[in-house]
Design a protein around this ligand. Sequence first.
Ligand SMILES: C[S@@+](CC[C@H](N)C(=O)[O-])C[C@H]1O[C@@H](n2cnc3c(N)ncnc32)[C@H](O)[C@@H]1O
Length: 262
Amino acid sequence: MTESSHLLTVKPTKDGSTTLFSKKFDQHYHNPNGAVAESRHVFFETPGVLAALKRQDFITIFETGFGTGMNLLLVLEYLEKTESPPAVIFNSVEAFPISPKTAAELNFGNNTFLNSSKHILSDIFGSLIPGLNQFELSTHLTFNLFAGFFDELFEQNAVSDQADFIFHDPFSPDANPDLWTIEVFKNLASVSKPDTVLSTYCAATSARAAMAAADWYVARAPGAVGKREMTVASRSSDKLANFKRVNEKRLIERLERGDFRY
Ligand SMILES: C[S@@+](CC[C@H](N)C(=O)[O-])C[C@H]1O[C@@H](n2cnc3c(N)ncnc32)[C@H](O)[C@@H]1O
């Protein structure tokens, strides 16, 4: 499926950066209160990516839903700012890649680094082939994008790296239910290390229950720009020591009782 069936419009958000609105999913790609602000909080600050960039020699990230590619540019920006940066592998998957033209229409407010790097996104979207695409974006950053559906990526065993961090960033469970199932979180566990931290903007109880049923420990964290909560998860309970845990057992019972639609 191509972008034309996705029906996208570029929308400003309150921190000056743009996002996209998808008519197909009837949803924004990011929080209208601030696209860049939300991504920094949910995917980089809360799960500890910023701390890991300073501490580790090697970091692997898996992202569910490449969308505009903003998280990739943020990784580049953080690497640029880090003294002696680690080598990063950024793996992502996208079933409905945007066009290079739409990518060129995005802007990142007053962030000069992101604005001056956004041509990278147009170049990526302009050269994609179905399946696995690999880009060496800098001496420190390798980017692998699977152009296709999440399920296909796992059916084809297309990712072999074990992630340190998972950016789970589909549309919400009501709009994009296929990416919030127990099976999805089991697949994510299969590309994880024992202490991987998964983070998502989503605070839905049904999503947390699916994570718990896939053997993730689950916790709540303060949400970004106007949202009360987000979710972090790990297969190591130690990694969640600084967060307020949910009762995983109780959530699994509710899931088995059919309390949730997804
Ligand atoms: C909320 S957006 C991602 C935002 C993105 N991380 C960014 O920073 O722009 C969700 C993305 O997931 C993609 N998507 C939805 N269902 C998918 C599936 N089954 N497999 C792969 N990608 C999917 C959508 O096309 C969309 O680009």
